[in-house]
Design a protein. Sequence first.
Length: 157
Amino acid sequence: MRATFILWMCGGCTISIGWAAEVPLAVIVQATQAKLSIGKSELAEIYRRKRNYWEDGTKIQPVNLPADSPTRRAFSKAVLGYAPEELEQYWNDRYFHGVLPPYVLSSEEAVLRFVAETPGAIGYVPYCDADKRVTVVLVISAKGHVSGSDADISCPK
């Protein structure tokens, strides 16, 4: 019975990771920042904490999902080129220079709320979870391509 339970749990993990690989992600900011334009390299700088302020002088507040989240794994690989656990040494080194990693929030809904309510915040959620509280500034396709276009994406109602 124990082996069956472990296999069942691993099967669930595979489904979750597979699901994240098939769902596009939305990089989101406050709805009031609708005219904000950034690219993949700028996004990577923000999430590596090498860029700290928006052009208007507002402090950038990047947020992550937990390291074991399939959504975070997809985001990290597409934007930063590494899985979350592969960035551990990077953050250990940065910590000794007084630089902390982005905040970690527990769920996509927590990311939506934080970004909607926090000036300068930026985060990511599955594309179809983004709503009118936020503005989508970049789209990360299911294959990891980053673009400003969401023309080919449809969400079930």
